[in-house]
Structure formats: C-alpha cells, structure tokens
Design a protein. Structure first.
Length: 471
C-alpha cells in the first residue's frame, strides 16, 4: 500500500506593515492556478480552503490546505510566518544611523550597478542639502538678507519640505525601517532580531514535532529570505547535535533529541555523504560550475532521502529565496569584504555546498561517533534563488553563499516590451506572483513566467518528482 504523503510550505513575507495572510493568499492562488493550467484542469471545483492554524499559536493566522492530486502532488498545507508584528516603534534614528553606516562603505561591494548609482545619488542629495542650508545661513546671518523675500530657491525648498517629509516618513518608517533594523546589529535592534528568529524557529520545530509532514519547503521573499536563511542556520544548530553518526548504517539518539528526529541510515562512510563532501572540495578549488549545481541538488536530495531511514528526520528539503537582498550580503551582513570572507571561513554563514572541516563535513564526538558540523544544513537542503534583472534588491547569490545555489533569472511573460521592462523596472521586486486573491487562472499575466519557475524549483508536484525515499 502506498504511503499517504503530506507536505508543508512556509512562506516568509518581505518588508512593510503586511497584513496577516495577504502574502500567503496571493502566493498560494498563483501557484495552484498555474497547476490547473498546466494540468488542463477546467473544473470549477474548489481545491483549497483555509483552516485554523494550530501550529503557529497565532489567532490571526490560518493555514491554507490544498487537496492533493493523484500521482502529482500530495496534500499540501501552506503557512505564513508573519514577523512584521515584532518590528514596531521604528524611529528615524534607526534608519538614518543604518544609512549613515552604509554611506561610508564602498558601493563596489554590491553587485548591482543601480544600487551603486543610488549610493551616488544619495550623496548628491546630501551634499546639495548641505549647500542649500549653508547658503541659507550665510544670506540670513552674514549678509542680513531675508532669504524668504520673493520666490527664492529657499522658499520653494522649505515650502515643499513638509510634503517631502510626509512621503518619506511613510516609505522609510513603514518599509525601509524593517530592513534597517533587522540587518543592522545594534543594541536598539537586538530584541526585535531575536524575537523574529525565535518565533520562526519555534514554528519550524512545531511543524517537525507534529509528525504530520513528510517534507517542508521554506520560501522567503525580500527581507523574508534573509530571515529564512537565519532560521535554517540556527535551527540546524539545534538539530545537528541531537544525533550521532556511527560507523555503521544505523543511528543513535541522544537525550538532547526532543523533537523526535533521527539521522537515519547515514554514517561517516555513507556514499551519499561522501558525494556532498566531494562537491565541497570542488567548490573550494573554484571548479564547481552552474551545471554542476544541478547535479549537487540531486545529491542533496539523495542524502535527504537517506536520513529518512526508519523515522522522519530533518524535513526541510528546499530553501527558495525570491528577490533576495542576500545578493548584497558583503555590504549588509559584514563590516567589510575582509570581514565577510572571515565569517565564511569561520563557518558563521553556512554555504552551499557546505564548508569543509579539513576534508570532512563531520567532527568527532568521542566513542567512535561523529556529528555533522554546525554549518552543514545545505548538505541535505537544496537552495534555489529566483530574481528579475530589474530587481535592484534581489540578484544572484552563488557568488556570496556558494556555487551550489541555483540562481534563476526570470522575466515578465508576454511581449518583448514586457520582458525588457522586467530587466529595468524596480517594481519587478513585487511581481513574482499575483498579489490578488483569485480563483481564476491568469495564464497571460506578466507574472506567469516567474510563477511557473517558482512551481518548478519548489518541486511542488512532489509525487511526480519522486521526492521521498522508496518504500
């Protein structure tokens, strides 16, 4: 008898004062409407519903349950990790101090030419403001002239100032403030950063503990992709020491294991683990190509299947990042390029494929057993990244976090003009799926191409993709 499978998708929203469920509803309907088009399903029967979310402990959240499709996709539950409620009381000082710290960094540390131009433009605005203010003070105090007599540049500037401030306040406090506080390690931000990570980890642990799921996909958009990366980083630290890797094809649990996981049939000598270590050696030598990354993902899947031996284990098969600011990690997550490289070498930031400990991915724990080291979540979890060329927030990640990441550049569907526009429009950052909550498939929407690619890299059709170990 074929085992009945079930998968969970956790979506983490981006910046802004997002309403609970807004991101999730648009994301789910986009993917499932694409599925209907792909399967040529013309039925009007409802295929998904919302149900109480008994995992996140939030009365504001509901899970979306999508009925499975025979031999195509298992029953799928979609959850949203809504972190915006933890990012309150943002003030101008949080944003200005973050901006000021970035303004004195080299813009060459960002791969985005448009971000470099923005850096230059901000310096131009700042210096122009200093010039206007300086001339205002000189004319008023030293020359004894009234700078407000007639329609002078000063009067125009100061008359427009309240309107400029109103617009900037809504944009900066409501949106950019989230990034400023989460991405900057400062005493004023530590509590918010801790709460966001803690609640995300608790959600993922709770999904593991239910034992209802055979697989979890973690999806992050914009700043949500940074949060997703942090969650995997710190969740793995709790997981990797909960088991021992013995010399034989069996596992041994420790008293630390409080969420019913094992590491299945993997030992230090398992071929599946050796394959990942070989990819790490190839990456270290600078020889791992984008084509190799596809094969690496297949080996990551094989190792993930291996650890499901006898009991469910680490369930996160895929991290999917969308329009991710991690492309600017050298600028945003370290004090300098040298500092970023040091953090990678010290294994503070997990890479794909994982950074080796000598020539191995394990370290001894005594008694003939070993642990996978703390920076190896991407030994078993695939990392795929999708971006528009026009999205100056998102971009390629392989250059920062390892050549095992599969970077996919997407574009608007439709006419040549739309495809070109997606390469230059900053609004493409919010066009990876259709935000409206609708049951009507939209095969001609500009987001259709990105939705199709998201469906494929998530491997949402898990039964068709043969994700799970053979019974």
């Amino acid at each position: 008898m074929t085992k009945r499978r079930r998968q969970a998708i956790v979506v983490i929203h981006g910046i802004g004062e997002q309403r609970p469920m807004t991101t999730l509803r648009g994301f789910v309907t986009s993917l499932l409407n694409h599925e209907k088009i792909h399967l040529q399903d013309n039925s009007t029967e409802r295929t998904f519903w919302t149900k109480p979310d008994r995992v996140s402990n939030s009365y504001e959240m509901r899970k979306i349950s999508a009925k499975g499709r025979s031999d195509k996709r298992s029953t799928t539950h979609f959850y949203e990790y809504h972190w915006a409620a933890n990012m309150r009381d943002t003030k101008w000082q949080h944003i200005l101090s973050w901006f000021w710290s970035l303004m004195f960094r080299s813009p060459l540390q960002s791969p985005s030419m448009r971000l470099r131009l923005l850096w230059a433009f901000l310096w131009f605005i700042f210096l122009s403001w200093l010039t206007i203010t300086g001339r205002f003070v000189i004319d008023w105090l030293e020359k004894g002239e009234d700078p407000f007599s007639g329609m002078t540049v000063y009067r125009a500037f100061f008359l427009l100032l309240p309107f400029i401030f109103f617009i900037l306040h809504n944009i900066f406090i409501g949106f950019i403030g989230d990034a400023a506080r989460y991405l900057r390690v400062h005493v004023d931000n530590i509590h918010q950063r801790e709460q966001i990570r803690k609640q995300g980890i608790e959600l993922l642990k709770a999904l593991h503990k239910t034992e209802d799921y055979d697989r979890i996909i973690l999806v992050g958009h914009s700043l949500g992709s940074v949060i997703a990366y942090d969650i995997i980083t710190y969740l793995w630290i709790e997981f990797n020491k909960s088991i021992h890797l013995g010399q034989k094809e069996k596992f041994k649990e420790t008293s630390d294991n409080d969420w019913n996981c094992s590491f299945g049939g993997v030992s230090r000598t398992s071929q599946e683990l050796k394959n990942i270590a070989d990819w790490s050696l190839k990456a270290k030598a600078g020889e791992l190509t984008p084509e190799d990354a596809i094969q690496l993902q297949k080996d990551q899947s094989k190792l993930w299947q291996k650890i499901q031996y006898e009991r469910k284990s680490w369930l996160i098969t895929d991290l999917v990042t969308i329009g991710s600011p991690l492309t600017h990690a050298k600028l945003l997550m370290a004090d300098s390029l040298k500092d970023f490289k040091l953090r990678i070498a010290e294994r503070e930031y997990p890479m794909s494929p994982p950074t080796l400990d000598g020539k191995d991915l394990t370290y001894p724990s005594g008694g003939g057993s070993s642990f996978l080291h703390h920076a190896t979540p991407f030994a078993v979890t695939r990392w795929s990244n999708i971006f528009y060329k026009g999205d100056f927030i998102g971009g390629k990640l392989a250059g920062n976090f390892g050549p095992g990441i599969v970077d996919i550049e997407t574009s608007y569907a439709g006419s040549t003009f739309k495809r070109i526009w997606s390469k230059i429009s900053p609004l493409s950052h919010i066009r990876y799926w259709i935000n409206e909550y609708t049951d009507q498939p939209s095969p001609n929407s500009k987001e259709a191409q990105a939705i199709k690619q998201l469906y494929e890299i998530m491997r949402l059709n898990d039964l068709e993709q043969e994700i799970y170990p053979k019974e």
